[in-house]
Design a protein around this ligand. Sequence first.
Ligand SMILES: *Cc1c(COP(=O)(O)O)cnc(C)c1O
Length: 377
Amino acid sequence: MLLKPMLQPMNKQFPTFLEIDLSALESNFFHLKQKLSEGTKFLAVIKAFAYGSAASAVAKKLESLEVDYFAVAYTQEGVALRTAGIRKPIMVLHPQPTCLDDIIDSCLEPCLYNFDILNAFLIAAKNKQQHHYPVHVKFNTGLNRLGFQHDQCLTVANVFGTQDHLRVASILSHLAASEDLQEKEFTLSQIGLFEKINQDFCEILGYQPVRHLCNTSGILNYPHAHFEMVRSGIGLYGFSNDPINHPGLKPIASLKTHISQIHSVAKGDSVGYNRGYVCPEDKSVAVVPIGHADGIGRQYGKGKGQMIINEKAAPIMGNVCMDMIMLDVTGIDCKEGDTVEVFGQSQTAEKLAEGAGTISYELITGISSRVPRVILH
Ligand SMILES: *Cc1c(COP(=O)(O)O)cnc(C)c1O
């Protein structure tokens, strides 16, 4: 959805909305890009609706900035980007055997991670008479999620050597703890194993595909492991796992709502379902039109989360409802209709998530489709 920027802070049409600032996206892109050597390619990870923001608007912006590659998790996410007019190469990180024809029909590029998917894709490419169709081969170096094992790499390389329907455009692996410098030794062992696998694989393959290993934290913490390409998701959306050292990243998404009603509730009275909050003294309570159906789950209830009203923090009172949340606005100068920031500039998604024991990735990707996306250009 593409809308004009809003002039007034409260949007009359949308009581609750997620504002996406494409100029912050641009600035994050260049901030990350200047960490790379000349010629290192930049892949933008835009799975899960660009981490819950607005995939086609984000992809169009990044395409205009000459990003090299995109990645999505599933085929249908890639098909949607093609339908939106995206032309750059799109990698599908986790293709399913039922979607292989769709991958070829939409010119998407699969990551092949086991023999089932490799053989099935080879058959699909053959049936569609493809020649040197670009694919990506994923190896497991310690995350123990998707990927071929080191001891399979010769067999994999031999499969490629005996046909010309497919061409290995890149080889990749994924780091398990690139954000955690306590795990540096483990990460260095992953990097070493990736290099070894690459050598063994390419010796049989006979050519050197692009190598890529680093996610955002890898880009920031392991500059010697950028290889020919890096993959960034969370950094583009404005977060690093070490915000103190990376003030150059700005959150692109701000979740805003407003006050629907304010009550005075007397000492001893309760607020919300299950009487989840009992007032220890007289309280002012503000109701906001956002709830767990919008992606602010019950784990933010009972004071674990707060929202910002006129620069003051208002804690969540009692239980989060499906469509509403009650905030403690006692002592805060506010009125019905005032804007409430759930996360954004005054309170980062990282900070709100932390209060409820989770991470920015989960909070931002979980904002439901009921919340309109408003794009600021
Ligand atoms: C999601 C994902 C990324 C992006 O990681 P960030 O930490 O968000 O930068 C990179 N590579 C793979 C394989 C992924 O699944």
